[in-house]
Design a binder for this molecule. Structure first.
Ligand SMILES: *Cc1c(COP(=O)(O)O)cnc(C)c1O
Length: 391
C-alpha cells in the first residue's frame, strides 16, 4: 500500500486544488484520533450508540447556527454533498406530491450547478431544467422566471458554485420560489463552512443562507472547509416538519419499525466523530483564523494570475474557489505544462478554464505556483487536447 501510494497526488505538499482540504498537522492528529475511536460503530441505530446521536445533533446544531437558521429548523448528517442534495430533492419531490399533487416533478438549477442535482433527478425520477448563466456567470434570473412551470417542485442556487466560485443571486431566485410555494435549495456544499467566517471577517457578501426568507434547505459539507475527513455533510431544513419527507420509514417486515434519514442503511460513525472533533477543536476562532489565511492566499494567487499577461480570472469569485482562462492563449496547453510540473489543476469548458479550490495548506506554495504558471504561459506547446474533466 505504501509503495502504491507514492503514485497518488501530493496533497500534503499543496499540489492538489480540490479533493482534499488540509488544515495542518494538529488538525490531522485530531482527525486520526477521532477516526480510531469510532472506527467500528454503526450510526444506523442511534439507540445503541447514544454518543454518536449526541455528536450528530451537536454538529447539526452548530451548522444551523452558522447558517442563521430559525428555531424551528432541523437537519441530519449525510455522507457528503451529493447525498445532502439527493435528500433535498427527495424532500421537495415528496412535498410537491403531497401539497400540490405533482406527479411529473421538475427542478430548476443553474447551468453551473453541481452534477449531484442531475444525479438526484435520475435516481428520483425528477426532470432537471438548467437555468442559463448571465455574462457574470450567475444564474440568469429573468431566464429562470420563464422556466418555472406548474410542475416545478424546487429551484436551486449555489453559494458559491463549484466551477467558478461565484454566488448565484439567491435572494432573487428564492423570492421567485417562495411566491409560488416552491422549495428552494442553497447549495453551500463548498461555501457553508467558509462564507460565514468571511462575513465575520468583514467581507461584504450577498445573502444566501436562512436569512433569505424563501430558502427551505441548505447543504453544507463538513468534509470540505469544515476540514473533517471524507463522509461528512449536513442537510439543513428551515422547518423540522419537512424532515418527514426526507425520512424513510417501514414496518412491513419482521424486524419492526425501520427508520432511516439517509440513503445508506448502515452508516459509518467515524465521519460524525471527526466532524464533531474538528469543529470542537477549532472552534469559531480556529475557523476564522483558517478562513483569513485561505482568503489571503486566494487574493495573492488571484493577483499573481492576473499579473501574468494573457490570463484572466472568470467572473468575480467572492470566496476561495476560482477559475481562470485566457482570450489569447490555449489554457489547456498551459494546464499540460502545469501537469508536468506536478500541479493537479482540473480542466473546465464554457469558458475554457483551469480550476482552483484554495486550502489553508496553499499559503506556502503561492510563489512556486505563480513562477511555474508564468513559465507555462511563456513556454507551452500545443494542447494535448484534454477535455474538461472533473477529478
Ligand atoms: C463538492 C460539491 C458538491 C458535492 O459534494 P460531494 O461531497 O462531492 O458529494 C455539490 N455542490 C458543490 C457546490 C460542491 O462544491
Amino acid at each position: 500500500m505504501r509503495r502504491r501510494k507514492r503514485a497518488d497526488a501530493d496533497w500534503r505538499g499543496g499540489r492538489t486544488w480540490s479533493l482534499v482540504y488540509p488544515a495542518g498537522e494538529k488538525v490531522d492528529e485530531v482527525l486520526a484520533e477521532a477516526n480510531r475511536l469510532y472506527l467500528y460503530e454503526n450510526a444506523l441505530n442511534p439507540m445503541r450508540f447514544p454518543s454518536i446521536k449526541e455528536m450528530e445533533k451537536e454538529v447539526v446544531d452548530m451548522t444551523l447556527g452558522l447558517l442563521n437558521a430559525p428555531k424551528q429548523a432541523a437537519g441530519t448528517m449525510t455522507s457528503g454533498g451529493t447525498e445532502s442534495i439527493l435528500l433535498a430533492v427527495k424532500t421537495a419531490r415528496n412535498r410537491g406530491r403531497e401539497e400540490k399533487g405533482i406527479d411529473n416533478p421538475q427542478i430548476l438549477i443553474p447551468a453551473s450547478a453541481h452534477p449531484a442535482f442531475t444525479k438526484a433527478g435520475e435516481y428520483l425520477g425528477v426532470e432537471v431544467c438548467r437555468i442559463p448563466l448571465d455574462k457574470d456567470l450567475k444564474a440568469d434570473t429573468a431566464a429562470a422566471a420563464g422556466l418555472i412551470t406548474k410542475d416545478t417542485v424546487m429551484m436551486a442556487g449555489s453559494a458559491p458554485n463549484y466551477p467558478h466560485g461565484i454566488i448565484d443571486p439567491i435572494e432573487d431566485l428564492a423570492a421567485m420560489a417562495a411566491e409560488r410555494s416552491i422549495a428552494f435549495h442553497t447549495d453551500a456544499c463548498v461555501g457553508g463552512f467558509m462564507l460565514p467566517f468571511l462575513e465575520r471577517l468583514g467581507h461584504d457578501l450577498p445573502l444566501w443562507d436562512f436569512r433569505v426568507p424563501g430558502v427551505t434547505t441548505i447543504s453544507a459539507d463538513v468534509h470540505k472547509y469544515g476540514y473533517a475527513t471524507k463522509g461528512a455533510s449536513v442537510i439543513a431544513h428551515r422547518e423540522t416538519a419537512m424532515l418527514r419527507h426526507q425520512m424513510f420509514l417501514y414496518d412491513q417486515w419482521p424486524g419492526g419499525l425501520y427508520g432511516s434519514p439517509a440513503m445508506a442503511g448502515a452508516r459509518p460513525a467515524a465521519p460524525i466523530a471527526t466532524a464533531w472533533a474538528v469543529m470542537n477543536y477549532l472552534g469559531e476562532e480556529g475557523y476564522l483564523r483558517l478562513a483569513a489565511k485561505t482568503f489571503k492566499t486566494t487574493r495573492a494567487l488571484r493577483t499573481g494570475i492576473q499579473a501574468i499577461d494573457g490570463l484572466k480570472i472568470w467572473g468575480q469569485p467572492e470566496a476561495t474557489v476560482l477559475s481562470f482562462g485566457s482570450a489569447s492563449l490555449d489554457i489547456m496547453a498551459v494546464g499540460d505544462v502545469m501537469d508536468e510540473r506536478g500541479w493537479h489543476l482540473d480542466r473546465q469548458n464554457n469558458p475554457d478554464a483551469l480550476h482552483m479550490i484554495v486550502s489553508p495548506n496553499h499559503a506556502r506554495i503561492v510563489a512556486d505556483f505563480l513562477d511555474d504558471l508564468a513559465q507555462a504561459v511563456a513556454g507551452h506547446g500545443a494542447s494535448k487536447g484534454k477535455q474538461a474533466r472533473y477529478n
